[in-house]
Design a protein around this ligand. Sequence first.
Ligand code: FES
Ligand code: FES
Length: 156
Amino acid sequence: MSVIQFELNGHSQSIEAQDNDNLLDILRNHCGQKSARYGCGLSQCGACHVMVDGHAVPACSTPMWSVADKKVVTLEGLGQESQPHPLQTAFCQQQAAQCGYCSSGMLMTAAALLKHNPRPTPEQVREALQGNLCRCGAHNRIVRAVCQAAQEMEGA
Ligand code: FES
Ligand code: FES
């Protein structure tokens, strides 16, 4: 057991964790952050993606100790209901979800992409979202939503 300090959605956190605890379990079970979902547990589906220091990572296979002193952002920290992130608005407008299970991971991967590439082509969006699976088949609408958000953010 060790104490891990990190930043979560702009607030400092101090968590007691076992050596084999992963970020997803800690976020969901100890930090009240339920947006990141458990899908495969094997870095294969993207349902659990969050941002660590601006990069999308699979929280299911990110050891808790590895985020010490880093900045973690979950969907809860991306936007608020009263002030949604442009990606969240675009996902709603493009109806880029069906069951929604993949949405949090999709949004966090897309948010990380736009941080590093503010005006991606549809092909670059598809490439960035390769590790995010949508079993409902909403991929085309998701790509359109990410491109729409990029345009809106650029014009803001
Ligand atoms: S649950 Fe983490 S990648 Fe699938
Ligand atoms: S909307 Fe159902 S898995 Fe993507």
